[in-house]
Design a protein around this ligand. Structure first.
Ligand SMILES: Nc1ncnc2c1ncn2[C@@H]1O[C@H](COP(=O)(O)OS(=O)(=O)O)[C@@H](OP(=O)(O)O)[C@H]1O
Length: 331
């Protein structure tokens, strides 16, 4: 997820707009700095690479957010299926409130990002409905204590890093043509090398994946670990798994009536990407990002159309080395 630089306001828990304090400026100046894939500055703060506006919102979130036992937090690396996960979790948990045949279902009129807000984009958010649903790209170590200590649940979704990198590249380059076609961007090779160094927004990606993977093994009631490829492979089984984990299990009547299949189809790439609201080039559920930019191909293996085999092998070797001993495989 890319964050705009200028038009965000961070709002305190009392609803005041937080000023651009000297303290914050001093903090920024003290941090290691690199350029993002978009050629904008990103800073290394407590182990993650993050841009200025997300850092501001993240600090406000860390200082003020109070989790509730019933909250559900969705965590992803950028471009690993966040939009899909948001739509699935929203539809499953709200299914007694909104039937998917309803032409006014919120997902028909609103992009999934407008229904499940990111903590680190604008904080705080107006939140409607229960259970409260939030999303973040942050590592577990950076979440506020209340999320860790209360009974709220975390659903984590990751994706093969080859496709994640390629999806990010396309996203950034579509943003570029929208913002300023003359903007100078790093080359594909430079961006790829940085990604492999861990210098990408909210990266290093492997740190985040490993933290949630370990936690999902230690505390399976707290963290459910999912893979984009497994969702693609058997969406019905994965929806059931999610529903059970969130204590929103499907009844046998629902199963027999095909409710899970209907939800899976409702949230499929084909359905969501064809809704008018998600084709929008002027409507933004995340500041600056056209709703349409969250949908591109939604396929496994599109990396083949951008990076070379030797780049893919380099990334595979890196991932294997980083995940060694964890028992996790990303394929
Ligand atoms: N419903 C559904 N099903 C399957 N795949 C989907 C769906 N919605 C979005 N996508 C694809 O997910 C990619 C975008 O990732 P994110 O949603 O994580 O982006 S973001 O981090 O929220 O900006 C991006 O992947 P690529 O197509 O490979 O670029 C989207 O096309």
């Amino acid at each position: 997820m890319d964050c705009p630089q200028d038009d965000l306001q961070v709002i305190s828990s009392q609803g005041e707009v937080l000023p651009q304090s000297n303290e914050f400026q001093e903090l920024l100046q003290s941090l290691p700095i690199r350029k993002s894939m978009m050629n904008t500055p990103i800073y290394l703060y407590n182990g993650i690479w993050i841009d200025e506006s997300c850092l501001k919102a993240m600090i406000a979130f860390q200082q003020n957010f109070q989790a509730q036992d019933t909250d559900i937090i969705l965590v992803t690396t950028p471009k690993s299926g966040t939009t899909w996960l948001k739509s699935l979790v929203f539809t499953i948990t709200r299914r007694f409130q909104y039937t998917i045949s309803d032409e006014n279902h919120p997902l028909v009129t609103t992009n999934p990002h407008g229904l499940v807000p990111f903590f680190e984009i604008v904080y705080p958010h107006n939140h409607v409905g229960t259970p409260r649903l939030f999303a973040t790209h942050l590592q577990y170590t950076l979440l506020p204590e209340s999320i860790k200590t209360c009974k709220c649940k975390i659903i984590y979704l990751c994706r093969n890093p080859r496709d994640t990198f390629v999806s990010t590249w396309h996203f950034v380059h579509k943003m570029k043509s929208k913002l300023d076609p003359s903007w100078q961007f790093p080359s594909l090779e430079e961006s790829f090398d940085q990604f492999c160094e861990g210098v990408s927004k909210f990266g290093p990606f492997w740190e985040q994946i490993l933290q949630y993977w370990k936690l999902s093994n230690e505390r399976p009631e707290k963290v459910l670990f999912l893979k984009y490829e497994e969702l693609k492979d058997d969406i019905i089984a994965q929806c059931k798994k999610m529903a059970d984990f969130m204590n929103f299990s499907f009844s046998s009547e629902e199963e027999n009536e095909g409710v899970i299949k209907d939800i899976a189809e409702f949230c499929s790439f084909e359905h969501l990407s064809n809704l008018e609201v998600n084709k929008q080039t002027e409507q933004h559920s995340v500041p600056w990002v056209d709703n349409g930019l969250f949908f591109r191909k939604g396929e496994i293996g599109d990396w083949k159309n951008l990076i070379t085999l030797s780049m893919a092998e380099k990334l595979d070797q890196l991932v294997e080395q980083k995940l060694q001993g964890s028992g996790l495989k990303l394929n």
